[in-house]
Design a protein around this ligand. Sequence first.
Ligand code: FO1
Length: 326
Amino acid sequence: MTEAPLVLALCGGVGGAKLALGLYRLLGSGLTLVVNTGDDFTHLGLRVCPDLDTVTYTLAGRVNPDTGWGRADETGQFMAALAELGGEDWFFLGDRDLALHVERTRRLAAGESLSAVTAAVAAAYGITARVLPMSDRPVATQVETDAGTLAFQHYFVRERCQPRVRGLHYQGAAQAAPHPDLLAALADPMLGAIVLCPSNPWLSIDPLLALPGVRAALAAAPAPVIAVSPIVGGQAIKGPTAKIMAELGLEVSARTIADHYRDFLDCLLLDHSDAALAADLPGSRVAATVMRSEADKVALARAVLEAASDCRGGKRGRGKNEVSAT
Ligand code: FO1
């Protein structure tokens, strides 16, 4: 049995991976990362799992520092040759990144589970934290837009997040069992903290919360649940979070994030620039949440763990108005 994690972090996307790295620097093998797989798709016959790969490359120190996804030491010969043939070149697959997609596709076709393949890749890259897909069954985030319903990568990459979002749904989530180790960790009284990384709630966290039993397990979890707001000063640090919130008719504010997670959240970490919001967000705390350097990522991870240990002391049952005040 894999050793029980000290901290469980839920993440997806580039922003989430940054805090994941900070937590990894502090916790090493004590960290389990549960990663969104709603962005996954089969492309050119290959099973591509972008958020698993973004976290894996980030923890391995191999991620492209400019994009936050894909590999740092990358070339594009395959894509150039594909374009010559009129192949689909809207989704960049680097020459070295391809090896991961080819090997994963081979192992899945041989009957291995996504979590087994993910663990083998993490081990190959010397990662000691546990990287876990949220489920071994496929879930596909579908984005309902004014240009019709789009598969996630068609919305996010091919259409560059331009279509106006009307809603989202997570195809297959109701039939996809959460990974058993996720549910076990959520129920574990020895767990020190459950961290929601500053990922896009609608694109990267909600697919996870849509899995049967996960939301209830979070609400019942003995461990404190800490989220870092992906909205800072009314803006998203990266990606379409603010645009999607506005298109869904939501206030683009950390307040909306607290509300989105209200049924299980113990503490929301706000950036210093949103300190004024702290007064009417019980359980919130202020920290430097914008991560530019690795030192920023570690400092934010430390602030998250401090918030968790403070929450743990004052933790009571959780109801809508019972978020612990700190
Ligand atoms: N994001 C892009 O904006 N353009 C791309 O061409 C692209 C390719 C890509 C290839 C592999 C991979 O793991 C991620 C990739 N991403 C790309 C990011 C991907 O769209 C992720 O889903 C986002 O980072 C959101 O999680």
